[in-house]
Design a protein around this ligand. Structure first.
Ligand SMILES: [Zn+2]
Length: 372
């Protein structure tokens, strides 16, 4: 059963989900699910190991999920700013980042709907993940990346068999190249920035935390935020579970459109003039779903916090000294957790989860330069 409806977040047009429609064809707004059912312990598929345990929280039921038997990632006690915190290690998913949650679900649906070739634009973890799941499903895959991207990040996608095409020009030029390629018959734009099913897959991280805590919710979660799928996924999952932990988005100060919008009281993000940062996974100047992310942060009584580069590198090394090897983008959330505890925003005795989105092995060169 692969049919469900999507609604345009701009003018409310409702239409059946179509593999060719990754945004509203009339007004180019993001598409969203119309409703999400309440989820209870009885709905868990106890025969599945990880994210597919929560398949009944999805809007479709794939006959054959495209899966690498993803594990429920570890929830590990660590110490941050002297306080006990739980670190959720999504770098231990099959291709090394949380993106596998979204791609397993999105590729499952696209394959079931007859798509034979997936196209994505990314120079990092999303490229590796879509390529891995396309390989698993036997689909063709093309990844478009900026000509300036560091080649290291694309090796994994190429090894999975993806065709990697480097585009000279702006980030928008890269996206347009992918959009155009996806117009071919049988192809689909499997965009992690736009596709609502990607977020529906990512939300499994919050369901796992709930089950790992004995079916209780934490008081607060902290996650890195670029296009915001970890925050929005948690928001949707906690809604289905009937609770509202505080949500905190961690951004590099070098690119912090969510922080800027919250500080100014704006309802939507505006393009942020970004500077270079080690946290390359969250360098999104104006997230597609900025309005929805801001609303979730506010309604949950959480917020967003901008971290200096030095705070990010300090956090990466502090995590590593506890045996937790994360990439710089993940270290942003670790650094944000430290700041929130030191500011008293997270109080003594509160149960807080920090999402570590990517494996440190993804960033060997950058981390090598840090430690000299
Ligand atoms: Zn529309």
């Amino acid at each position: 059963m692969s049919g469900f409806d999507l609604r345009c977040s701009g003018y409310g047009r409702v239409a059946a989900a179509d593999p060719k429609e990754w945004r509203c064809p009339e007004c180019a707004s993001p598409l969203e699910l119309i409703d999400r059912p309440a989820f209870t312990t009885e709905m868990i598929d106890r025969s599945a190991p990880g994210l597919w345990r929560y398949r009944r929280a999805l809007p479709f039921a794939p006959e054959r999920p495209v899966t690498l038997n993803e594990p429920s990632t570890p929830l590990v006690p660590v110490t941050i700013a002297g306080a006990p915190v739980l670190a959720k290690l999504d770098g231990l998913l099959p291709t090394g980042s949380f993106k596998d949650r979204g791609m397993s679900v999105l590729v499952s649906w696209l394959a079931e709907r007859g798509v034979t070739h997936v196209v994505e634009d990314s120079s990092g973890n999303a490229a590796a993940s879509i390529a891995g799941y396309a390989a698993r499903a036997g689909l063709g895959c093309t990844v478009y990346a900026p000509a300036t991207a560091s080649p290291g990040k694309l090796v994994q996608a190429a090894a999975f068999g993806a065709e990697v095409k480097l585009i000279t020009g702006s980030r928008d030029d890269v996206a347009h190249a992918a959009e155009n390629a996806a117009l071919e018959p049988g192809a689909a734009y499997a965009t992690h920035n736009w596709h609502p099913l990607f977020i529906e897959g990512v939300k499994s991280w919050a369901f796992e935390v709930w089950e790992q805590l004995g079916f209780e919710l934490p008081d607060a979660i902290v996650a890195p935020a670029g296009s915001g799928s970890l925050i929005l996924g948690a928001w949707h999952a906690f809604g289905q579970l009937g609770g509202r932990p505080r949500l905190y988005a961690a951004q590099a100060a070098a690119c912090a459109p969510l922080v800027a919008a919250l500080d100014s009281g704006a309802e939507a993000t505006t393009p942020f003039e970004r500077k270079p940062s080690l946290a390359e996974g969250i360098m999104i100047a104006n997230p597609v779903r900025g309005r929805a992310i801001l609303s979730a942060l506010r309604e949950s009584n959480g917020g967003a916090i901008a971290l200096a580069e030095q705070d990010i590198t300090d956090a990466l090394l502090a995590a590593a000294r506890q045996g937790v090897y994360i990439e710089p983008t993940s270290a942003t959330a670790w650094a944000a957790t430290k700041a929130l505890i030191e500011q008293g925003e997270i109080a003594d005795g509160e149960r807080v989860v920090v999402l570590c989105s990517g494996n440190g092995l993804k960033a060997t060169q950058a981390i090598g330069e840090l430690i000299g």
